[in-house]
Design a protein around this ligand. Structure first.
Ligand code: TXA
Ligand code: MG
Length: 327
């Protein structure tokens, strides 16, 4: 299939473009669209054939469940049997926004969405185009990040095109996404609620609203979120987290090349051929990180050194992703 790329403005998505994309979804096609976190690869949440195509297009293992994106708090009722009081509080405080809530799923939610689990993950994205698309369809859109499975999530339509052209019908291009890393996934069926994936919303923000939440250890995580067993955020190059420029080592074999992503250290005498200086502000760092990794990877470097960030605020989620990439 030929992929149609349609440029839209962030604040005021063109009604005609949204109409085209909604019709594609209604006829069982795939639409990639921007959210405030990363781009998603969307299909109608009740169309099993379309959802099967989502897994195929990404090369996604079938045991990794999908997030249902809704256009309002009310629409959650279509997908879950019960909204726990803590979930209600979180929705009214943080939706639309980068928080995904795992709740008890209704039986009518296709098993392929839930990867056979009893639960279903739901979020309301904070992006006018995403919301217009979901509301146009009228139900919900399942959307994993719009990258090939195992690659860093896409923060621009160019990233989506590079991974998925000819595998999806439409890409809505609204430029670079605002947050740059994925949503936080919180299981509100657990007591206390459990963070299954750190992301755009910090644990501290969540705890201010509902009290203590816990982070899950690897074994618990595997039970609740089977997809976490798979390799994520992995560039072709080897990724190494460093604290100082002194830790940059140059491969001795000729022809091997290194790249560097940093914010504060002084690469000075290191003469790294391919380096990307990102902001010291951790939010801005997060926004540009996946893009920088993809760029350096595209240049064919063998090792990407990344300067660590402080584990505060969104820095927790950034470090979690870097450690996964470095595994
Ligand atoms: O920011 C985001 O969340 C982006 C944008 C497009 O919304 N989406 C995204 O989707 O990152 P994906 O498929 O790449 O990641 C979904 C995560 C996975 O870690 C998956 O295991 C978890 O959510 N998940 C989905 N349904 C679940 C469930 N029922 N129980 C536990 N974890 C679930
Ligand atoms: Mg993903």
């Amino acid at each position: 299939m030929t992929t149609r790329v349609i440029k839209i403005s962030v604040q005021d998505p063109d009604a005609q473009a949204i109409r085209i994309a909604v019709n594609v979804l209604k006829s069982g096609g795939l639409v990639c669209f921007p959210t405030e976190t990363v781009y998603g690869l969307g299909a109608d949440a009740f169309n099993v054939d379309a959802i099967r195509k989502v897994f195929e297009a990404k090369g996604r293992p079938s045991d990794n469940p999908l997030i249902v994106h809704v256009g309002s708090v009310r629409a959650v009722r279509m997908f879950v049997t019960e909204v726990p009081p803590k979930a209600k509080k979180l929705m009214s405080r943080f939706w639309p926004g980068p928080l995904t809530l795992v709740m008890q799923g209704k039986r009518k939610v296709p098993a392929i969405v839930r990867a056979g689990l009893e639960t279903v993950a739901v979020r309301m994205p904070n992006h006018p185009a995403a919301l217009a698309l979901i509301r146009g369809l009228g139900t919900g859109i399942v959307a994993p990040s719009a990258n090939l499975s195992g690659k860093p999530s896409p923060t621009t339509a160019e990233h989506v095109y590079a991974d998925l052209h000819d595998r999806v019908d439409v890409i809505l291009d609204a430029g670079a996404t605002e947050i740059g890393i994925e949503s936080t996934v919180l299981d509100v069926t657990a007591h206390p609620p459990a963070i299954l994936r750190q992301g755009g919303l910090t644990k501290e923000h969540i705890e201010k609203v509902i009290g203590r939440v816990r982070t899950t250890n690897a074994r618990g995580l595997l039970k609740r979120s089977p997809g976490t067993r798979h390799r994520h955020y992995a560039p072709k190059a080897r990724l190494v987290i460093i604290r100082s420029a002194a830790e940059i080592t140059f491969p001795v074999e000729s022809g091997k090349r290194v790249g560097l992503i940093y914010h504060s250290l002084d690469p000075g005498a290191m003469r790294v051929e391919h380096s990307r200086k990102l902001s010291r502000d951790v939010n801005e760092f997060a926004r540009s990180l996946f893009s920088a990794i993809r760029e350096l990877d595209g240049l064919g470097v063998d090792t990407i050194f990344v300067e660590k960030v402080e584990k505060r605020g969104i820095g927790v989620a950034v470090m979690q992703r870097l450690m996964k990439s470095a595994e």
